[in-house]
Design a protein around this ligand. Structure first.
Ligand code: ZN
Length: 464
């Protein structure tokens, strides 16, 4: 009886062992896989051996995002069994960084962070000194700074700490060159101004503009008071010249080539084509519009909506009419102002005189009218803009090649240009030549701006 029982038991145990030995099983090369960022994930490469598994029938669910640090899983499904492998995307690269040298006073403590800049790493980093430094002598210390990331990768670099007995240097200032403005201009006296100090990261700046009167012509001084946290102070003086509101606002010679593209005499069917070209180039322009083609007024709205600037060029563009008297001009101007308001919902303060402020045609209708008009429009709150360069489409140039040649002659050698072209019905060649003019300007380093409140005005000399 006992014997039979034991034999039976052995058979049972064998059957159980056999059962399990026939089950599918996947062995991985490691318990968990560690990869670097962006390293290719290769689920089949992590399988060391299989038993009772047909590798081709394994279905893999790879949840690893190798673009982001973290813990992920790969699931290997075979029939109704699931095997899971943990995959870690680790940061295996040491941090990269630059150092900067600093000045401190004797016996101050230094935060090592103040010696490093531009840290590049995929995980969080800490910054510390390689050794303990005590800055108790007036000399230059060479120190080693360590940057370590969350995965214990580290880099070290040296930096210099100059220890001084006393801070005696005053903060320096930059960007307070002489400024010329017109009466009534809005100015920002802080714009472009940078104060630096050898010991103080945030020196105090106080601007005293109590002597400046922007409503009156004159030469003024503005005082920039700077002080560091050790009490070193200095007063820097800036000259501000306030010119008559009728004066020309000069372009600033700052080495930056700027082009103000302007189109006169539209809108017309050509306006649409010009807007499309400007879209392709992502360039904004200024349109001085007239009222001679009401069926195209919608392009004023379209130009405005696309971020172009609208200016006024009179409604009739009829020299005899507009230059007969101040009131005739103003009346005509109000008419186009109203059209622009209807199309854009805004009032514009930018004007271009037909023929420019230097035109002599007006002499035929009213002697001295341009002298009076140029002041009158400014008294009314407008500003007028002439130009530096043309493509000749208002002259007798009949070919696309001719316009291109003229444009280049007119642009060459100028830092800032106000470029006049026409988008009227007759200017098909301007549409044709425009891309090549834009290519030329871009190739020659010009950046594009629309007319705004503080734009240079490029006034011509009034001759009538
Ligand atoms: Zn015109």
């Amino acid at each position: 009886m006992r014997k039979i029982f034991f034999s039976f038991l052995i058979i049972i145990v064998f059957l159980i062992i056999y059962y399990f030995s026939q089950q599918p099983w996947i062995h991985f090369i490691q318990d968990e896989i560690h990869l670097s960022l962006y390293e290719e994930v290769k689920p089949y490469d992590y399988i060391e051996e299989v038993s009772h598994v047909n590798i081709k029938e394994i279905k893999i669910n790879n949840k690893v995002n190798n673009k982001k640090l973290g813990k992920y899983q790969i699931e290997y499904h075979y029939k109704n069994r699931k095997f899971t492998l943990n995959v870690f995307i680790d940061d295996k690269l040491p941090p990269q960084f630059e150092t900067r040298n600093i000045k401190i006073l004797k016996n101050t403590t230094v935060d090592p962070v103040s010696l490093v800049k531009d840290i590049r790493d995929d995980s969080k980093t800490v910054v510390y000194f390689k050794e303990n430094y005590i800055f108790n002598e007036t000399k230059t210390y060479r120190v080693i700074v360590v940057v370590e990331d969350e995965y214990a990768n580290k880099s070290e670099k040296s930096a210099y700490v100059l220890v001084e007995e006393k801070d005696t240097e005053v903060p320096t200032i930059q960007g307070i060159e002489k400024m010329t403005i017109l009466v009534g201009d809005q100015i920002n006296l802080k714009e472009g101004v940078i104060v630096r100090d050898d010991h103080d990261k945030n020196p105090i700046l106080k601007i005293d503009d109590s002597k400046l009167n922007v409503t009156k012509e004159g030469e003024y001084e503005v005082y920039y008071h700077v002080e560091d946290h050790n009490g070193n102070k200095e007063v820097y003086v800036r000259q501000i010249e306030v010119l008559s509101q009728y004066a020309n606002r000069e372009a600033v010679k700052d080495g930056i080539k700027t082009c103000y593209l302007t189109f006169d005499d539209g809108p017309s069917e050509n306006t649409k084509k010009i807007l499309d070209i400007l879209d392709r180039y992502h360039i904004k322009a200024t349109f001085f519009v007239t009222g001679t083609s009401p069926e195209h007024f919608k392009y004023i709205k379209e130009a405005h909506q696309k971020g172009h600037v609208i200016g006024l060029h009179t409604f009739s563009h009829d020299y005899e009419k507009i230059y007969s008297s101040l009131s005739a001009y103003i009346q005509d101007l109000n008419q186009i102002k109203e059209v622009v308001y209807q199309q854009t919902g805004t009032d514009t303060k930018y004007i271009r005189f037909p023929g420019g402020s230097s035109n002599l045609v007006s002499k035929k209708y009213n002697i001295g009218i341009m002298k009076r008009l140029t002041h009158k429009v400014i008294d009314l709150g407008y500003q007028y803009y002439d130009w530096t360069s043309i493509n000749g489409d208002g002259e007798n140039i009949k070919t696309v090649q001719g316009l291109k040649k003229k444009a280049i002659e007119e642009i060459e050698g100028k830092e800032d240009i106000m470029f006049l072209m026409h988008d009227s019905k007759s200017c098909d060649n301007t549409v044709k030549v425009l891309p090549s003019i834009l290519d030329y300007l871009i190739k020659n380093g010009y950046q594009f701006e629309t007319i705004h409140q503080n734009s240079p005005t490029f006034h011509h000399t009034v001759q009538n």
